[in-house]
Design a protein around this ligand. Structure first.
Ligand code: S3P
Length: 441
């Protein structure tokens, strides 16, 4: 993909269905009793990998008039003629980690594999709690994919997760559905809470203990789930690229409709506002316990207070997927922006601290790299450059926005990986920029 800058964005758009919510609704529908109809299911390749996995587990998941219908047979309704049943998650960490919790409670053996990036990502974080619950899991060189998961009768545990990871929390809560007794999960800082909200929507017995310093969840095993009609809202992490563009590209004005505004996902909006952005929320409603609304954004010169803005601690899990695009925004802020406590970035789809720093430098920008984050001081004039995405969708999209800021042309090598979360990205970007995106075949 070639991006021609400088440009601006105008108009209105819808972003595709939320990736985190789509994974969860597909998984919970697959173990509920009855037929769940899902509208607005994510177009992302990751979420389609989850659908493929549940189909291989004997669950009917059909595409009917743009909606997905999943016919579940209850908690232990998965079936496989040949075992181990081989599942392939592609690039999707959410699929392997969260579905792992369900597979641990089934009476079958599965082997879960993914692409080269998945094979590098740590799985000990789910292998440990699931083993404590009674599942037998064998990985390559210990705890790497492919994972062979031998499901079993599970016992409830009281688990204190070392990482604020929604995937780990969800994995243990999903496994808790199959355990005898009450499973508790405590996380060191609050991560996105879609699983907790959705488990309640499907009728699970779940209690939340969400206070300032305690994020603990209790789930009772053995309760069957009931199918629901679910409407998936737009993905705020996909919207973030367009919010950033509308804020930092002069003379921009954009509306993004129907976006999920769950407060465990919106720190990026708050950070932009702290830096002076104008982002208005309109028509906010609640569906399935999730807030949804429209966003109206217009451009502003951003500024950090004297001494700079330092983002660290509890805000990081709430911002984690938006950090690559935040780094691009940082190059346009008058003053310094520093991100710390974000070591998790090193074990995402790519080492995002390294890929972000390399990309900014390739565009003639400056960035200071730390073991757990980075700092940028702006405003900087970026030049066009050649960006290696390392197969990471959020790097491809973040640097496409950087390309719109640059004087000259930016080449995104391996741009196709955007389909992992947002297949319509370049087409939408081309529409709102009036043609600044050129596809090289
Ligand atoms: C996700 C949780 C986060 C996030 C990922 C999606 C989820 O990962 O980065 O893109 O849907 O639960 P971690 O749980 O590894 O922090």
């Amino acid at each position: 993909m070639r991006i021609r800058g400088p440009s601006r964005v105008t108009g209105a758009l819808h972003v595709p269905g939320d990736k985190s919510i789509s994974h969860r609704v597909a998984m919970l529908a697959s173990i509920a009793y009855g037929s769940t109809t899902i509208s607005g299911f994510a177009s992302s390749a990751d979420c389609h990998a989850t659908l493929d996995c549940v189909r291989r587990l004997g669950i009917d998941a059909e595409n009917a008039n743009g909606k997905i219908m999943i016919h579940g047979h209850g908690l232990r309704g998965y079936q496989a003629q040949v075992q181990p049943v081989k599942l392939f998650v592609g690039n999707s960490g959410s699929t392997i980690r969260m579905l792992g919790g369900i597979l641990a409670g089934q009476h079958l053996v599965s082997e879960v594999d993914g692409d080269a990036s998945i094979r590098r990502r740590p799985m000990a974080r789910i292998v440990e709690p699931l083993t404590l619950m009674g599942a037998t899991i064998n990985g390559r060189e210990g705890n790497f994919a492919p994972l062979t998961i031998r499901g079993s009768r599970l016992r409830a545990i009281d688990y204190h997760s070392k990482v604020a990871s929604a995937q780990v929390k969800s994995c243990v809560l999903f496994a808790g559905l199959f355990a005898e007794g009450i499973t508790t999960v405590t996380e060191p800082a609050q991560s996105r809470n879609h699983s907790e909200l959705m488990l309640q929507e499907f009728g699970a017995r779940l209690e939340l203990d969400d206070e300032a310093d305690v994020h603990r969840y209790r789930i009772e095993g053995g309760t069957e789930l009931t199918a629901v009609d679910y409407v998936v809202p737009g993905d705020v992490s996909s919207a973030a690229f367009f919010m950033a563009a509308a804020t930092v590209l002069p003379d921009s004005n954009l509306r993004i409709d129907g976006v999920n505004l769950n407060p465990t996902r919106t720190a990026f909006i708050e950070v932009l506002k702290d830096l002076g952005a104008t982002i208005q929320r309109e028509n906010v409603t609640t569906k399935h316990f999730e807030p949804i609304g429209d966003l109206h954004i217009s451009s502003r010169q951003l500024k950090s207070e004297k001494g700079g803005l330092i983002l660290s601690g509890n805000i990081i899990p709430n911002l984690i997927d938006e950090i690559p695009i935040l780094a691009i925004v940082g190059t346009q802020v008058e003053g310094r922006l520093e991100v710390r406590d974000a070591r998790e970035l090193r074990i995402k789809e790519s080492d995002r601290i390294k890929t972000v720093a390399a990309g900014i430098r390739a565009m003639g920008g400056e960035i200071e790299e730390f073991e757990d984050g980075f700092a940028v001081t702006g405003p900087q004039q970026l030049s066009g450059g050649r960006i290696e995405t390392a197969g990471d969708h959020r790097i491809a999209m973040a640097f496409s926005i950087a390309g719109l800021l640059a004087a000259g042309e930016t080449e995104i090598i391996g741009a196709d990986c955007a389909e992992v979360s947002f297949p319509e990205f370049y087409e939408l970007l081309s529409t709102v920029t009036g043609g600044s995106v050129i596809a090289d075949s």
